[in-house]
Design a protein around this ligand. Structure first.
Ligand SMILES: O=C(O)CCC(=O)C(=O)O
Ligand SMILES: [Fe+2]
Length: 222
């Protein structure tokens, strides 16, 4: 096997995949999105409308142009505004823990919840949430918790027009519905990153779109 055949964190991705699959598979609230190409689930009413409102106001406080943070991390363009919440805030910790429990994840594998806001014309072009391990940034991320495993993303409000989450390889478009949590495995069951999880936040045409995202690693995030 040559060096390039090695998939970093493959065993850990498989292990985390097994844990979450078993957990969500046994949860009647988790709806399996019908596709063979990726493991995706939706959970309705995961957040209450009061929680959605509070999170939107918190996003207004932390949101800054995303490209300042993410230029090196995504090969697409992200024109939305985003920011990380304070991981010590008890309200944020409570939401984080609920997502950890839902998935069966260890809290230390999760990154701090990030909030994101899209105004009309803003978008997140097609990208994978997993890291490209042949890129320079991987040297850092490898030490900061390793490869991303699952993504949990919640919609906080309805959007008048546009702003769907589009899985470009699977061919599904998910329209924002407040309180719905979308969860997917960025890896295949065998632990290789899944290219079919490529997705986009399509441009908002009318209204404003607010989401929160929590990305999980394979090891302790720091
Ligand atoms: O806003 C969306 O629909 C997608 C967001 C996203 O891809 C992410 O936060 O990683
Ligand atoms: Fe994403």
């Amino acid at each position: 096997m040559t060096k390039t055949d090695i998939t970093p964190d493959k065993d850990a991705l498989k292990r985390v995949g097994d844990i979450v699959r078993k957990r969500l598979g046994a949860d009647p609230k988790a709806y399996r999105i019908p596709t063979e190409q990726a493991e995706m689930f939706a959970i309705g009413k995961f957040l209450s409308s009061a929680e959605c409102t509070r999170l939107m106001r918190m996003i207004d406080v932390v949101a800054q142009p995303s490209k300042l943070f993410d230029q090196d991390y995504s090969n697409g363009v992200r024109t939305s505004y985003s920011g990380n919440f304070d991981g010590r805030d008890p309200f944020v910790q409570g939401i984080s823990r609920r997502i950890d429990d839902l998935l069966g994840m260890k809290p230390e594998w999760g990154e701090t919840i990030q909030g994101q806001r899209y105004l009309p014309g803003q978008e997140f072009k097609p990208h994978n949430d997993w890291f490209y391990t042949d890129q320079d940034y991987w040297k850092q991320e490898r030490k900061r918790g390793g490869q991303r495993s699952w993504t949990a993303m919640a919609f906080l409000n309805p959007v008048d027009k546009g702003g769907e989450t589009h899985f470009t390889e699977i061919g599904i478009n998910i329209a924002p519905q407040p309180g719905v949590l979308l969860v997917w495995n960025n890896a295949l069951p065998d632990g290789r990153p899944n290219p079919d999880t490529m997705h986009a936040g399509t441009p908002v045409i009318e209204g404003i779109k607010y989401v929160i995202t929590k990305w999980y690693r394979t090891r302790q995030w720091k």
